[in-house]
Design a protein around this ligand. Sequence first.
Ligand SMILES: Nc1ncnc2c1ncn2[C@@H]1O[C@H](COP(=O)(O)OP(=O)(O)O)[C@@H](O)[C@H]1O
Ligand SMILES: [Mg+2]
Length: 270
Amino acid sequence: MTPVDLADDIPTEIAPLVSALNDLLSRLAKAVQAQRVFVADAAHELRTPLTALKLQIQVARRENRSIETGSLFQKLEERTNRAIHLVQQLLSLAREDAATSNGKPRANLARLASQVVADLSVLAEQKEIDLGLERVRIETGSDSLYVAGDETSLGSMLTNLVDNAIRYTPQGGRVDVRLVIEVDTVDVEVVDTGPGIPEVELDRVRDRFYRAGNTSGTGSGLGLAIAVKVATKCRAELLIRNRQDRAGLSVAVTGLKRVSNVNPGDTKAA
Ligand SMILES: Nc1ncnc2c1ncn2[C@@H]1O[C@H](COP(=O)(O)OP(=O)(O)O)[C@@H](O)[C@H]1O
Ligand SMILES: [Mg+2]
């Protein structure tokens, strides 16, 4: 909602009303902006003491190797890791809420996807999950895979989707990341062999802080909210579906816009 220009043809009787509404709208916009800045600042400020706390716990753990304190320190470290993760997710979300893209950002999707898969391969190995990345070409003009969108944002979207797939798929399962390349667009699909999500909750899991009822393990419920936000900003869509062929979830970001890999004046195109 944006204020109406009073210079427009507005009957004089309703001009005071329009002006009052305009005033309200601009105060509302300021309040929303202030709240976003507050969340971002608070998350940022929390990160430093939490990281320091984690380091102190690690030192204390090393110096006290007795049986009794061992599990206590381990719990402390796990809880601190959870708090750090929550703060990081809050920061990502605040960043997506606030950021208005300047210029025309573009990201190398192929590189981003390999990076995310490489970063999360340790987690996959721990669970003996077969994590794969493949390109499916429907009809392509060129080999490059640049899309419109901010690289950091797209990276955190992909990280959240692949992280979910690995986290919620049982030991020994399989997670496939597919880049489906078409002439003007690319879709990214993350498909797993986990339990999927009960149909009635498929819409709700996009909400902030919502976790499905059958979910075990720790989490913040912010990952999919971040992914939806990034997809929307890229004018793409996030589709969450249970697999038809077997148990598992398929999360797809469809319609990412392909852009040229060459910026004017940029010579090191990949
Ligand atoms: N690949 C998946 N398989 C099964 N359930 C999933 C999957 N991805 C997301 N979910 C469900 O959606 C919920 C929200 O996901 P997310 O927003 O990433 O939060 P978090 O992972 O921190 O709980 C999860 O708690 C889980 O219930
Ligand atoms: Mg998650």
